[in-house]
Design a binder for this molecule. Sequence first.
Ligand SMILES: [Zn+2]
Length: 464
Amino acid sequence: MSTFENQFVAVLYKPYLKFNSVIQFHLVFRMGVRLILLASIVGLTLSATTQGPESNCPRADACRSDECFPPECSCSGAEPVLEDREDRPQIVYLTYDDAFSAYAEENFYRSLFNGTFKNPDGCDIRATHFLTAQYTDYTLVNKYWKKGHEMASHSITHRSSTDYWKALNVTGWRNEIEGLRKMISQFAAIPKEEITGFRAPFLQLGGDEMFTALQQDGFKYDCSWASRDYGYLKLDVGLFPYTLDYETVQDCPVEPCPTCSYPGLWVQPMLDLEDRWIGADPTHPNNGMPCSMLDACIIMDDVPTKDTVKEMLMTNFLRNRNGTRAPMGLYMHAGWFYGEYSWHYEGYKDFLQEITENYDDVWIVPVNAGLDYFQNHNNLTNTEILALGDDSPFSCSKFSQPPYSNSRCDALTPCRYENVDNSDIHNQERYMHICGRTSTNTAQKCPPTYPWLGDPCGGNEPCL
Ligand SMILES: [Zn+2]
């Protein structure tokens, strides 16, 4: 048997061997190539029962730090090479999930990202937007992407049943994840390769099916995976981003988590924060409760105010700062700012003001820029990053160059769909604000049908 065939059998039998003995493995070797065929059928059947029908993927082994290091690979649990933690930049992510709406832009994003808050190099702070299809204004998506914000996928439908996401197969995940990427590329004139990140609705992971879909469509990272063991009261030992080449050390609070190996696919862990529901957990009477998204943080006080919000964020920020400085995130939906909750917004802004004014090593950048640092520049101290100027991983100078500078949106008069009727929307009116050009600079008109799952371009051709 050739080496290739040996490897083939070994890969197929990894799950099988876990349930059986090594003796059978030797049998396969002795009985020759014909048995391989039979063995693969048995192997596939076993995989099918343990992993679902569409992801017969190779199991991940314990990480080998001698073989796994950036830029291609990174072991989970590994710390960056800079031993002195005070030399490390402290990376903070701001992310917003679901529709990028004109309302959120006008009332909230505009004053956050108009240059009021700056990074240590003088560039404006920037965010990542995990987008869904309904109510997203693609002309604004284009505008913010050109300012250096990251646009990422958060599914087309965002269906409200977590059971739907838990049970989704690889094809279903691809239609949701890649489908939304196509929409961004088609309607917001953003090249597909610029859209590299994903977050699952409700942070409901889809195990190997979901990660297989991400890998098949060439996504770079997932940012859906919460961690309490490396967050909350232990945010000081926060987990750094890592690749799924090997087994992870990360806890799995929202099952199913992946068990297979996905070379080069990064996980940006969502480290839980501590909220202000002090005493709710009897084992930590002086502390609040864990929350992965700000929306889920309970902010209790006699009269909660913007100062309570700021205090909550500062507690977490300082815990992270005085620890390993793994990237932390303020992950939320814009709805957290709406209506009677304007004090959320005021406290959030006060927090941003405090950390951008008083620390020259705090960087508020999109997730893809944080990953770029850990992948390609993690030997750089904060001082060295600053010295690099325009060449630093956090620099904003590239946003005045292609592909940003040559992306033309040419906003259309809003497309109107009088009576949308599909698997999720029933006889309702919808408007779409889209660019009159796709990411390949092809002129386009309003799509004939409202774009949705299975038809992300709504009939427009070519569909990117
Ligand atoms: Zn969402």
